[in-house]
Design a protein around this ligand. Structure first.
Ligand SMILES: *Cc1c(COP(=O)(O)O)cnc(C)c1O
Length: 431
């Protein structure tokens, strides 16, 4: 196992970065604030591996926070982007590949009649909520504690103390008025969902949900919660928006929500469908999507929407995924890793709960089951941080927060998984 030689160059880059970029990073979690220490500066990637500016190699379980299900630099994705690049980087006119990608997405997801391509997951979710509000003529949106739907003002709300407490923004710079139409209820709590609809159901435009949560760490939905999601909003004339930015084409071909019995009005996508380039998408029922401009009155636009390079990367990624159908193999690798991590923690006497769905997993440093945000918060984040660093020292790169999902790619086979378990065995003993 290659141990750390040095992080000298990364440290130097970080010093320079801090002077000109807030916190030295262009997205906060990359700064390692919750586990301490210096992030490595990435220099290149290959398959399951990432290399930093000091030449250290790591088995990568971050994978650009999910998009790289085919690993770093998959040859077909690289080739597709190269070809698109040779043709032209952007036109502001429609292109044939946008149609092919839209068709592929609509084919793969039941009930997805039309889809609009945007440039990020954040854009997809905020646009989907706007469409739901336009379609229903209602103001309010229900989200679940611990679910992340991008950084739009009104979605940066986590928890009111009760279902009907108006949401309090998680971020400075969001006036409470901007969040007052956001209602927050605990995940996996069908009664709380019923309650909020009983009280203000007539004002609710939509419920937005991660079908399998990745953003408080991995949390799977219970069957009763899924039933409530599929019935309660509809009964009250509200739409169901299933946010598959993380899960779409990652947990299975298309949307995992459909497989779990959900019948969303709108689905949001990002991450995997962009193949590592900036791309998001939202779509759904024809009559709902016909509200979007230029067909309808809900305005939504983007100078670089459907960018040719992003679309080429996304299309190539879906082509490879469609051909390989790697989901059984990803499940097998995930199961092997899950079992190994559990065993390694048990041997070392470290109480953990490993939550995993397919190729997404989180090692929660808690002896108790984690099924919602309150339970996730009970974790020993200090011990997680120590483990994160012991793992990184042993060449394994994990998400630098207890409340994130780790990912496998098609290149995380038995050999990579066993190497990870071996590292975990040592790392658990050291915390
Ligand atoms: C990552 C993510 C988003 C935001 O996507 P960005 O591309 O980072 O804007 C939204 N929803 C979910 C479920 C996500 O995992």
């Amino acid at each position: 196992m290659e141990n750390h030689r040095t992080m000298e160059r990364s440290r130097q880059w970080m010093d320079r970065a801090r002077r000109v970029i807030p916190g030295g990073v262009n997205s906060p979690v990359r700064a390692l604030k919750s586990v301490g220490g210096t992030p490595f500066f990435a220099a290149s990637g290959e398959g399951a591996w990432i290399r930093d500016e000091d030449g250290n190699r790591y088995l990568d379980y971050v994978l650009s926070w999910g998009p790289l299900i085919l690993g770093h630099r998959h040859p077909e994705v690289v080739q597709a982007v190269r070809q698109a690049l040779d043709e032209g980087v952007s036109y502001g006119a429609p292109t044939a590949r946008e149609v092919l990608l839209a068709e592929a997405i609509c084919d793969a997801i039941p009930g997805m009649d039309m889809v609009r391509l945007v440039s990020s997951g954040t854009e997809a979710t905020m646009s989907a909520v706007r469409v739901a509000r336009g379609f229903t003529g209602r103001p309010k949106v229900v989200k679940f504690e611990g679910c992340y739907h991008g950084h739009a003002d009104f979605l940066l709300v986590r928890a009111g103390s009760g279902a009907l407490t108006f949401g309090t923004p998680d971020s400075a710079g969001v006036p409470p008025e901007f969040a007052m139409h956001t209602l927050t209820v605990p995940y996996n709590d069908p009664e709380a969902l019923e309650r909020v609809f009983r009280e203000v159901g007539g004002e609710i435009a939509a419920v937005i949900v991660e079908p399998v949560v990745g953003n408080m760490g991995v949390v799977a939905p219970t069957p009763r919660f899924l039933e409530a999601l599929d019935s309660v909003p509809r009964r009250h004339g509200a739409l169901l928006i299933v946010d598959e930015v993380m899960t779409g084409f990652r947990l299975r071909w298309g949307a995992v929500g459909s497989h779990l019995g959900l019948h969303p009005d709108l689905v949001t996508l990002g991450k995997v469908v962009g193949g590592g380039l900036p791309l998001g998408a939202y779509g759904g029922r024809r009559e709902v999507m016909e509200q979007v401009s230029p067909l309808g009155a809900v305005y939504q636009a983007g100078t670089l929407s459907g960018n040719p390079l992003s679309v080429a990367a996304g299309l190539a990624t879906l082509e490879v995924l469609g051909r390989l159908q790697p989901y059984d193999a990803l499940e097998a690798a995930g199961a092997r890793l899950e079992a190994g991590l559990r065993e390694a923690a048990r041997e070392a006497g470290v109480p953990v709960t490993v939550n995993r769905v397919g190729s997404m997993f989180t090692v929660f440093f808690s002896p108790d089951p984690v099924g919602n945000l309150d339970e996730a918060r009970r974790c020993d984040t200090g011990r997680f941080g120590a483990w994160f660093h012991r793992m990184r020292d042993r060449g394994i790169s994990l998400p630098p927060s207890q409340f994130e999902a780790a990912f496998l790619s098609i290149h995380h086979g038995p050999e990579e998984v066993d190497r990870t378990i071996e590292a975990a065995r040592e790392a658990f003993r050291a915390v």
